[in-house]
Design a protein around this ligand. Sequence first.
Ligand code: DUC
Ligand code: ZN
Ligand code: ZN
Length: 477
Amino acid sequence: MDFDTIIRSGTVATESQTQQCDVAIRDGRIAALGRDLGDAREIVDASGHLVLPGGIDSHVHLAQPSAPGIVMADDFASGTLAAAFGGNTMVLPFALQQKGQSLREVVKQYHAKADGRCYVDVSFHLIIADATERVLGQELPALVGDGYTSFKVFMTYEGLALSDMEMLNVMAVARETGALVMVHAENYDAIRFLTDRLERAGKTAPKFHATSRPIPVEREATHRAISLAELVDVPIMIVHVSNRDAMEEIRRAQERGLKIYGETCPQYLVLTEKDLDGLNMTGAKYVCSPPPRDTASQQACWEGLQQGVFSLFSSDHCPFRYDDPKGKLHPKGRTSFRWVPNGIPGVETRLPILYSEGVGKGRVSLNEFVALTATNHARTYGLYPRKGTIAVGSDADIAIWDPAREVTITQTLMHGGCDYTPYEGITVKGWPVSTMVRGKFVVRDGALVGREGAGLYITREKSPLAVPGGRSAWEAT
Ligand code: DUC
Ligand code: ZN
Ligand code: ZN
């Protein structure tokens, strides 16, 4: 036998090409592309289907602690299962440092949660919440050397927000070590100020979550993060961008030659602030940060994707159950939006939403879809060309799509641990029917055939996008 598997007669698309061809797989890798490739133990008929690189969702949260009494709806098993059903072959969750914790200890803890539990491949970003001398001087450089080559910093949230000085210090370490910094850009003091005023006025319903974090809060922080990165001369990724002002800040920086990258998410394309204004507490289902905005902001996010300002389309999957005192209906959350757990599920619906709303409606090409959902994630986070493409030598991480299948998204179709989907009732055309990780099906024709633990932890290289572009402000003279 020449190969283990041949996927035959599908339409194969990468970031740069679409062609009718067969894909031959041996030992978990793509071994040949073309026609009449030879024999295989198994022939998979993909006629009438798209054969795409499996999605890489480089922004998901799994088994991450938040406030006391709150439990995230997905652990590594349920979250990666949902990912597989959504056409993904890899996800990048966060290993969250809490104040006082050793980063090395944090990484160990997350490996204990993930190892042997995953259905698709995983790799961790770090979240730096305590930028101590030991973290900056010893732990971070060592962890970057060990393949933890990206970390997120927050400009808001109690216990997470870094001061400008701390941001600068983390950025300087990223520059020295070649890591990529991801930034959550919202102004902490502005949010606290607005939240206090709203609460004093009795405006505590979930919809006021959006009022407490209006566009200037995000615009200012985006501008500041870019300015700090410019001083240090370090590339950064601004994550979950929700509106035109922040998008234009990134565009301007890019036009000035700075290596500033952007990411947006499904919630900013298909949800609006109005979704937070549901009966009773139902608006809590849409509480995420930054909040969904309005249709003009949706249009701006589409433009960001179309014009290359955003190179990544991720889910920011951060699920909390709705009808659950450990989730959105936590007793404290009922007293004010301030305490509603922040985040929404989306790892299973990210790809169908962009495919249907983007490719199906002529907003992005199929090749752009592949880049935005897989290839750019691999390149940005040190996984390319092993992951994120269909090429000889790459891992056989493949999603087979039925481009004609119409599905109305509803919770009963979902496979994760959450009890609702914020995309309930949205009809999409185009659906991933089979997902294969390193040559083995995890989902086949809509049925689970993979097993917990088959997904592996993948150690990453440094990002080629993290190479500094010029000179830092202190070296420039
Ligand atoms: N930021 C995220 O990236 N995810 C969930 C909550 C948040 O603020
Ligand atoms: Zn964030
Ligand atoms: Zn997130």
